[in-house]
Design a protein around this ligand. Structure first.
Ligand SMILES: NC(=O)c1ccc[n+]([C@@H]2O[C@H](COP(=O)([O-])OP(=O)(O)OC[C@H]3O[C@@H](n4cnc5c(N)ncnc54)[C@H](OP(=O)(O)O)[C@@H]3O)[C@@H](O)[C@H]2O)c1
Length: 304
């Protein structure tokens, strides 16, 4: 079994937006092994990259037999709400079978596992939500996440569940855009964007999410944590904030309601989180939308 000096966290889905935030906030003395399934090269990454499909139980078992990890952050899976709704069988394999493979291996290795869930476990009718509120998902993605949460809680001794809400930040070019980068690109090209006024969240900057995850890795608390920003906004207000932060044309942002998108999976209307536990136990202050977008702008300027 390979053991190198310092501590190592395995991040499944390490190239996603969450994984990028985790990597960029890595404290000294730690290393990240970033696991993903497609064979691409990630520029500017501080992690060691590992190409592995978590649906492949033998490959997952081999990895844990070969290497000892100090913690596992399990974030891999299909995270697009609409894709899950339209490709349910494939999503079951990635999200349920994949999670079973990773949690089983972590259990046998007696490694603390942090499972990354979502705000989509709620129906959006009784916001703001605390960690103790009963779950009631209204789409297939949320239902799969609830099953994974149950699997983690019922089979592992050493676990934390984090539920990030709508995340934004600079993603790796090889992975999917998020609301901030999608709106930014559209407005930059002078294209209009139709944004809904009836879906509310308190969006989370991926760097804040990274800080919360490192605190969870260090403290290994049991239980569920809601991770979110300070400001409750609808998607239209969020798009206006992106336009303002990057000096783009706010007139291109058009308000609509969800009725304008009849073909997509149902979204809970208001899943705003209470973040008291995140602040108190993980020591992460919820960041406002304007502050997060300004931080994105500063990061872009630093790269230029
Ligand atoms: N983004 C959000 O706003 C948000 C909000 C709440 C919760 N979450 C949860 O947070 C987690 C991370 O989300 P994200 O937005 O960072 O993800 P993302 O950008 O969609 O990236 C998904 C990651 O998972 C990997 N992956 C998918 N299927 C895999 C498989 N079968 N085997 C190995 N790797 C696989 C992908 O690798 P490839 O690139 O190689 O396919 C990629 O690294 C997810 O569990 C998601 O449900 C996200």
């Amino acid at each position: 079994m390979t053991r190198t000096p310092g501590k190592t966290v395995l991040v499944t889905g390490g190239t996603g937006l969450l994984g990028k935030g985790l990597e960029e906030t890595m404290p000294s003395g730690w290393r990240v092994v970033s696991l993903h399934q497609r064979a691409y090269k990630v520029t500017g990454s501080k992690a060691t990259h590992l190409i592995l499909d978590i649906r492949d139980k033998r490959a997952v078992d081999r990895l844990f037999a070969r290497r000892r990890f100090d913690a596992v952050v399990h974030a891999a899976g299909i995270a697009s709400v609409d894709y899950v709704e339209n490709h349910y069988a494939e999503s079951l394999e990635s999200n349920i079978v994949g999670t079973l493979n990773v949690t089983s291996a972590a259990r046998r290795a007696d490694t603390h596992l942090i499972y990354v869930s979502t705000n989509a476990v709620f129906d959006g009718k009784k916001a703001p939500y605390r960690e103790t509120d009963p779950v009631h998902p209204i789409n297939q993605y949320g239902r799969l996440k609830v099953e994974c949460e149950r699997l983690v809680q019922e089979t592992l001794q050493r676990w934390t569940i984090v539920r990030p809400i709508l995340m934004y930040g600079w993603n790796h070019a090889v992975t999917r855009p998020n609301p901030a980068t999608w709106i930014y690109e559209k407005l930059l090209k002078g294209e209009t964007v139709s944004m809904v006024t009836d879906v509310h969240e308190n969006p989370l900057y991926n760097i804040s999410c990274g800080h919360a995850l490192w605190a969870a890795i260090a403290k290994r608390p049991s239980g569920i944590f809601h991770l979110a920003g300070r400001d409750e906004v609808d998607r239209y207000q969020f798009a206006l904030a992106v336009a303002a932060a990057f000096g783009l044309d706010a007139a291109l942002v058009k308000p609509v309601t969800s009725k304008a998108f009849p073909g997509i999976a149902p979204r809970p209307k208001n899943t705003t989180f209470v973040t008291t536990r995140m602040a108190r136990e993980l020591g992460v202050r919820p960041m406002g939308v304007r502050e997060g977008l300004e931080a994105m702008k500063a990061a872009m300027a630093a790269r230029a």
